[in-house]
Design a protein around this ligand. Structure first.
Ligand code: 5GP
Ligand code: ZN
Length: 137
């Protein structure tokens, strides 16, 4: 897509520090890293979000994520990594081309896990939540 910044990176029109590439995915450093070695892994094909990505690209994307995790592990030896993506504006997605964040973590870096993103939630009865979700199957 011509006006998509990540498609422009794939096309070579916008510079990025690529760390891995194959026929399906490109991985490059986040321009505003949350930690040293913060990488974004993207499908080369434009898809706004996971539900817009054709199924045949799912495997290659996650294979690419696994490969880049291995690269980071060997090269930077982080104590852990947060791996995931922001889906939709309310969840913090600001670039409309699916991208998986891989954020290397160090012991004592002060951050928590992704489940600690929201602090205001008051949990309700889990059985009724599960029942509501299953109605959509
Ligand atoms: P989101 O909030 O959409 O999940 O994350 C978008 C990420 O893309 C942000 O962390 C931001 O720093 C990164 N980003 C945005 N524009 C560019 C760019 O032009 N080049 C690179 N390398 N990263 C970008
Ligand atoms: Zn795009």
């Amino acid at each position: 897509m011509a006006d998509c910044i990540f498609c422009r990176i794939v096309a070579g029109e916008v510079k990025a520090h690529a760390v891995y590439e194959n026929e399906s995915v490109l991985a490059f450093l986040d321009i505003h890293p949350a930690s040293r070695g913060h990488v974004l892994v993207i499908p080369k094909v434009h898809a706004e979000s996971l539900d817009h990505l054709e199924d045949r690209y799912l495997g290659p994307l996650f294979s690419g994520v696994k490969t880049v995790m291995g690269l980071l592990d060997r090269a930077l030896k982080p104590a852990g990594m947060n791996v995931g993506w922001n889906h939709g504006w309310a969840a913090g997605q600001r670039v409309g081309h699916l991208h998986v964040h891989i954020i290397p973590r160090q012991r004592g870096d002060g951050g928590g896990g992704i489940q600690s993103l929201i602090h205001s939630f008051v949990a309700e009865d889990l059985a009724s939540v599960a029942a509501q979700i299953k109605t959509a199957q």
